[in-house]
Design a protein around this ligand. Structure first.
Ligand code: URA
Length: 285
């Protein structure tokens, strides 16, 4: 039998695990509820409006004069206002003239708290010149370690599904709605998705695929502004409007769902056949 304090520690760790805590952030615990933590961060200047262009941009990313206020360290957990973070993301994303630039800007962006708990930025994999782009939900454990999307169990299944229709990572481009792993692999919150959305929209614009595939409900709901569940949406064509361009977009089942419900693979198979046809005939005529 455990002595009492060991039992209490064991119960606490069990509680943490069940709550999705899967890593230690530091040697000393942080009391997020203390009055000191509840104080708003010291922001030297109010944020510039989005139109502030290049000079404003540096304030939102590492190296800017007030950037420390945007770093969501555990000890300084008071969150940015959601609107401020989204404005910062829009301005930052707009400044990217290429995918490499976008990745560098994201590396320096501190407006999404997920960055503080993630190990690596998971930007994309595959061929940026591909005619089809797949967008998942968020990196998991393996992705967080490697910095590449869809390399864990779901990724291995995705590779098999791609192979079944003659595709692989040399002719598809793959990314996620949020590029940092949410702790415990939880679904990103709407706020986290909203902050990362300007980067994803710019990533799609710069990749400029003919066909967009949303893997799972959160990806479809975020990119296509639809509220229905994935089982209703999957297999249907939507129009994704990106700037002046309209792209054919299809939600399909997330490989993680298929691992849990293998019977649904036949639905995904149908979707992948339709996706293959659309790549061969992007105008849909
Ligand atoms: N699930 C996702 O949605 N994305 C990944 O990169 C891995 C698993």
């Amino acid at each position: 039998m455990y002595p009492n304090h060991a039992r209490a520690a064991h119960e606490l760790l069990t509680f943490y695990m069940e709550a999705g805590v899967d890593m230690a952030m530091g040697e000393a615990p942080n009391d997020y509820l203390s009055p000191a933590a509840a104080k708003p961060p010291v922001v030297a200047e109010p944020p510039s409006p989005p139109a502030a262009s290049k000079t404003g941009l540096k304030d939102w990313v590492s190296g800017g004069a007030s950037s420390s206020a945007l770093i969501a360290t555990p000890a300084q957990a008071a969150p940015l206002s959601p609107d401020t973070a989204v404005m910062a993301a829009r301005e930052a994303a707009r400044g990217a003239a290429s995918l490499d630039e976008l990745r560098a800007i994201l590396e320096g962006f501190n407006g999404c708290a997920l960055k503080a708990t993630a190990t690596k930025l998971v930007f994309a994999d595959g061929n940026p010149k591909a005619r089809v782009m797949f967008v998942g939900e968020a990196p998991g454990y393996e992705e967080d370690r490697s910095g590449l999307p869809f390399v864990g169990r779901s990724g291995k299944l995705l590779d098999l599904m791609l192979k079944a229709v003659g595709l692989d990572r040399t002719n598809v481009y793959i990314a996620n709605i949020v590029p940092w792993r949410p702790p415990g692999n939880r679904t990103p919150t709407p706020q986290e998705a909203a902050v990362c959305l300007p980067f994803m929209l710019r990533q799609i614009e710069l990749c400029d695929p003919d066909v967009l595939v949303c893997l799972g409900g959160p990806s479809a709901q975020t990119l296509l502004s639809v509220k229905e569940g994935i089982l209703k949406m999957r297999g249907r064509w939507f129009i994704f409007k990106n700037g002046s361009r309209e792209i054919r977009a299809m939600p399909t089942l997330h490989p993680a769902y298929l691992l849990r419900s293998p019977i649904a693979k036949r639905l995904a198979w149908r979707d992948f056949q339709a996706i293959k046809k659309a790549i061969a005939n992007p105008s849909g005529a």
